[in-house]
Write a protein that binds this ligand. Sequence first.
Ligand SMILES: Nc1ncnc2c1ncn2[C@@H]1O[C@H](COP(=O)(O)OP(=O)(O)O)[C@@H](O)[C@H]1O
Ligand SMILES: [Mg+2]
Length: 278
Amino acid sequence: MTLLGESLVQLADYGQRVRVIGLDRSAGGYLHRMDVFRHVDLVDSDLPSGRRHDRRDALTELKRIEGQDDAEVISWGLADALIGMRSERLAVANDSMRASEHEHQKNLIRYVLSELLNNALTHAQRRGFKGKARAWTAAQYYPSTDKVRLAVADTGCGLLATLQGHAQLDSNTHFAAISAALQPRVSCNRNLGLREDTVNEGIGLTTVHRIVDRTLGDMLVLTGNAYQRRRAGGLLPNDLAWQGVAIAVELRRASLRGLRVAELLPLGDVVPPELRFE
Ligand SMILES: Nc1ncnc2c1ncn2[C@@H]1O[C@H](COP(=O)(O)OP(=O)(O)O)[C@@H](O)[C@H]1O
Ligand SMILES: [Mg+2]
């Protein structure tokens, strides 16, 4: 959905008009609800017209992220939306055990989102893409299956561009760049260890991947002409390629119970940076 939203904006930027003809009601209604059709003329589509009704308690529609403040607000908002069905909020308010578990799950989701959003706002802008890369997100919580689905996509330089020349990059391919980026302590910032926060420590993607792995969730990483999903992957079919990075994550909310980010952070894998004095 994030890729579709961006593609529609690109077409509009090129002065193209997109008309979608005869879209069926259920798929169309959903995409309309998620605000994908802002730049599209719908023709002969049996969709409800007018305002989309408010579902802020279960989803956040397709959104373009403009800056760091946006990312903060959105990751809090998304975490709230994904966790906070209204009826549940009421129940939680009267039960402190549940409230703390609720808070815990929310923090984990916020962690995943903010790592992905921060990458899209910083790394994607490197290698000549400053001010050009756009970042998108969309997310939803599905109460019936207890699944949280979220995606962050950008139109930046891509993983290979930022990791070019890195010692952990096995070959000069987009596929190798995905594998490298998911390894602990691999970052385009070569001055690891100078900062205390997790920004530019090369552990954000690794930890997100570990959260997904530990909870038997699903994660798709796509960049250039390659993708990786769970431990498999390869080239996109039909010579397709995406300029930038797109990451989708699916988690079962209950599986986050008891999971501690601190235990998953790859700090034990830290190799002290080589000291150089030249
Ligand atoms: N959206 C992105 N666009 C370009 N490169 C990215 C993106 N996300 C991650 N990367 C690359 O993958 C590396 C690892 O990301 P991450 O694990 O989050 O570590 P960190 O952000 O601390 O460097 C980054 O340093 C960067 O080289
Ligand atoms: Mg990061």
